[in-house]
Each structure stands twice: as C-alpha cells, then as structure tokens.
Design a binder for this molecule. Structure first.
Ligand SMILES: CC(=O)SCCNC(=O)CCNC(=O)[C@H](O)C(C)(C)COP(=O)(O)OP(=O)(O)OC[C@H]1O[C@@H](n2cnc3c(N)ncnc32)[C@H](O)[C@@H]1OP(=O)(O)O
Ligand SMILES: O=C(O)CCC(=O)C(=O)O
Ligand SMILES: [Zn+2]
Length: 429
C-alpha cells in the first residue's frame, strides 16, 4: 500500500509470471494524419528557465551544470536558460553552460528588446527565444506596447539575432487570450523574414485541448517555420494540451522536470513522455533514455526541495503498484491487462500488493510461492480469508500477512502438507 512506504518492486509480490512482458498491439498509437507530429517532435527543456521561476527554485552554477548534463544525456533537443539580463550570475551561467559542448542546443530566453538580444548573443548560446505579451491584459498592464510597436520591434530583434547566425524563435505570451487576427498577422510577418520558430504560449493555463488544436492547426496554415508550444498547468491540461498541439502540427514542446515553473508550472518532462511513449513508442524509445527519468527527477526534486508527487506518471510512488484482487490476478497473468506503460522501459518494476482486505487468493498464492511454501488452491483461499479478517480490523503490513501465511502453513496437518506438495520428502515436519 502506498501509505506503507513500499516502493515499486522492493517488497511483496512482484510479478514474475509473465517475465517476457509483451504489449499487445497498441490501439492508442492510432492512424496518423498529415498534420500530426506525434511521432516526430522536439523537446525544449526549460527546467533551467521556466523551472527557475518556480517559487522554491534556487540553482547555483554547479547544480545548473549537473541538470544540463543530465538532460543532455537523456536526449532532449534543446536546453533553455534564464535570461542573461536577469542578473550577472545568470549571464555567467549562460556562458558556462553554452561552453560545455553538449549535444543539446543551448537557448536563452529574452524579452523582445534589442538590449536583451545583444546580451544573449554575447552569452555564446546556440539560439535565442524572444517573447512578448500580445493579449490585451499584457499589452495594457505589462509592457504597455501596441501591436504596431510589437511587430516593428519583433522584426528588428529577429533580424539582429539572425544576422549573428544564431537560431531565433519568436513567441507571443498569453497567446490564447490574444486577438487571433493580431496574432496571425504578427506570426506571418516574422515568418516572412525567416524566423526559425514561432511559439504559442498558454501563459495562464486557460486553454483546453480543443482550443489548442484549433489555434495550432490554424497557425500551421499560416506560417512555414516550426511551431513551439508552451503550456501552463493551472487548470490541469498541460500534458493534454502539448499532445493536442503535436496532433495539430506543432513541432516543439516546452517541458520542465516535474513541471516546475511559475505558479504550479508547465508540462512535466516525465508525464509528457509517459503520454508520448504510448502514442509513439518507437520514436520515443529510440530517442530518449527513458530509464534516466527517475534520476533526473530526483536530482531536480532535491535541488528545489520537493518530493515527487505520489501520483506522478512513471515515478510516482504507486505508479506501478496494483492492489485490488481483480487487478492483481490479471496483472499476474499478463501485465498489459492493467498497465499501459511497461515499468521496465523506465528501469522500474511493478509491485503487486497483497497485504490488504482488497486482496484475493491469486495474489496470496503468488506470495505463498515466493515464500517457498506449498499450498493447495483451497488452502490459499483459506489463508486469504485470514489475511482479510485481520485487515478488516486494522491496516496490515507485509510482515503481518507473511506471518499469517507462515503460521497457517505451519499449523497445517502433516497429511495436508503432503497432499499440497505431492512429495512427502519435501515436507518439513
Ligand atoms: C511568462 C514568462 O515567464 S516570461 C519570462 C519571465 N522571465 C523573467 O522575468 C526573467 C527574470 N526577470 C528579471 O530579472 C527582470 O524582470 C528583468 C531583468 C527582465 C527586468 O527587470 P526590471 O528592469 O527591473 O523591470 P521589471 O521586472 O520591474 O518589469 C519588467 C520590464 O520589462 C518590460 N517588459 C515586460 N515584458 C516585456 C517583453 N516581452 N518585451 C519587452 N519588454 C518587456 C516591462 O514593460 C517592464 O519595463 P519597465 O522598466 O518599463 O517597467
Ligand atoms: O517564451 C515562451 O514561449 C513562453 C514564455 C512563458 O513562460 C509563458 O508565456 O508562460
Ligand atoms: Zn511559462
């Protein structure tokens, strides 16, 4: 049971019945349509930018480098860093990470401002992500600029960055509360001068998957450059929205480890890949070192002093724990009955719980076998009833259930032990 402090596969009944886990053909991969990039997307990992905006985050240089190296080894395509104008140390950290020679491209994130752009270029990064708010809310209360000014400045800043040979992305903050005509006109203008990517950002987490699909699909028809997407999690849609964006033709998704970011954060790297490995298994497994997810999440969790949530996809404490008897029996026969993700893909193991009143004799029988005891099915059923009886009185631990099983077995009459074993010489008197 989660509350018992068990971790996946460390205790209790681990499923060994179907050791060679075979997923049946997966209906969720679905037929792809011509717009979809579900099996062909890039990750812009923003733990070191959006993630630094998480309330608890303080990354010193050494920690930033550790995180950047881990993300690079994991296989992310880009690593986005905090603006070099945020502070002197932020600038120095950009320079340090940009000079590590990582495979991932190093980006920094700036306001739509020529001074910021110059500092970004000076930092030695591979590319610059430029952003400015386009919604009425932000135009009036953040920077106070109108669409004409935004367009003119965007073109200047993009031209400047392009002129230095760096990759450049232009994004609107609060895209989903921006006027569609304003937005499309702006993106059309920056696409025309050769921006590498445009970005759509759900800055306040207000968008639904359907709204995301519609906006990205519309944008796909207007620009020829790549489309990056960024989703906040305020209303719980950050993974679904990222997925829908890819279905509609987006090419890049922003993530952060554990989803850390402003407020309750953005699309989490692990949760996003849990979604994607189901929809595009070959692409995801060949590109990303999925077994590293746990160590990367642990690294970041420690750095920002949080625990991994119990229900986190993949690494949550109970993500591969099966408890109810009906589930346990089927899982023991074939794990694909109640698992869409294979824990082995992430270097993890499943755990079948048997010390509770929801258990069933099939789970208990497997435990009996693990304990090296021989009992008939009827005996397993009888001992299951005893486990349930105690579990009706109080929560029980594995040791309680094991001790009920051992005591029951010890007290079986000699003849019944022989019958269960089939071989008299194996019976311990
Ligand atoms: C949605 C997002 O997450 S966007 C990324 C957010 N990231 C950051 O804010 C990085 C960390 N920020 C910082 O260190 C600081 O805010 C700085 C260095 C960028 C600016 O600091 P300050 O000059 O002290 O300004 P302050 O933070 O109070 O206000 C933001 C300023 O940027 C302007 N601004 C805001 N957004 C933009 C934009 N996208 N493009 C251009 N200017 C902008 C505002 O008008 C305001 O300028 P003001 O001096 O005329 O008031
Ligand atoms: O640069 C972007 O696309 C996104 C900026 C951001 O963090 C946001 O709008 O929430
Ligand atoms: Zn954000």
């Amino acid at each position: 049971m989660c509350g018992d402090g068990l971790s996946n596969g460390h205790n209790g009944t681990t499923s060994g019945v179907n050791g060679g886990f075979q997923q049946p053909p997966n209906p969720y991969t679905g037929p792809s349509d011509y717009l979809s990039n579900v099996a062909n997307f890039k990750i812009i990992e923003s733990t070191l930018r959006e993630g630094e905006q998480f309330a608890n985050a303080y990354f010193d240089t050494e920690t930033k480098i550790k995180i950047a190296k881990a993300l690079d080894a994991f296989g992310v395509d880009y690593i986005e860093l905090t603006s070099p104008v945020a502070s002197e140390q932020s600038f120095q950290d950009c320079k340090a990470i940009a000079s590590l020679g990582l495979k991932a491209k190093i980006l920094t994130h700036i306001r739509c401002d020529i001074g910021d752009a110059k500092k970004a270029v000076e930092a030695g990064v591979d590319g610059v992500d430029v952003v400015i708010g386009t919604s009425k809310h932000l135009r009036e209360h953040s920077h106070g600029k109108d669409m004409e000014y935004i367009t003119k400045t965007a073109l200047e800043v993009i031209e400047y960055i392009k002129g230095t040979g760096l990759e450049v992305r232009f994004s609107s903050e609060d895209s989903f509360r921006s006027d569609l005509v304003d937005l499309l006109s702006l993106y059309k203008a920056v696409d025309k001068i050769g921006v590498n990517r445009v970005g759509i950002a759900d800055t306040v987490g207000c968008a639904s998957p359907r709204q995301v699909y519609e906006l990205v699909r519309t944008l796909r028809g207007v620009v020829s450059c790549d489309i990056e997407t960024h989703f906040h999690h305020d209303t719980g849609c950050s993974i679904a929205n990222a997925f829908c964006a890819l279905e509609a033709g987006a090419t890049h998704v922003d993530t952060s480890v554990l989803g850390i970011g402003e407020r309750n954060g953005i699309t989490p790297l692990g949760g996003f890949l849990a979604r994607m490995v189901v929809s595009a298994p070959d692409y995801v497994k060949s590109k990303y070192k999925l077994h590293m997810i746990k160590e990367i999440e642990d690294l970041v969790a420690e750095a920002v002093q949080v625990n991994t949530p119990f229900n986190n996809p993949i690494t949550g404490f109970c993500a591969f724990t099966h408890k109810a008897g009906i589930h346990a029996k089927a899982i023991l026969n074939n794990p694909s009955t109640y698992e869409i993700l294979n824990p082995a893909d992430f270097g993890l193991t499943r755990y079948v719980h048997f010390a509770s009143r929801l258990t069933g004799w099939n789970a208990v029988k497997t435990r009996v076998q693990q304990l090296g005891l021989n009992m008939t099915d009827d005996q397993c059923k009888e001992v299951t009833a005893k486990i349930k009886a105690l579990a009706d009185v109080r929560p029980i631990a594995i040791d309680d259930a094991d001790s009920i099983i051992r005591t029951y077995h010890l007290e079986l009459p000699h003849a019944e032990k022989i019958a269960a074993n089939g071989h008299a010489e194996h019976v311990v008197a």
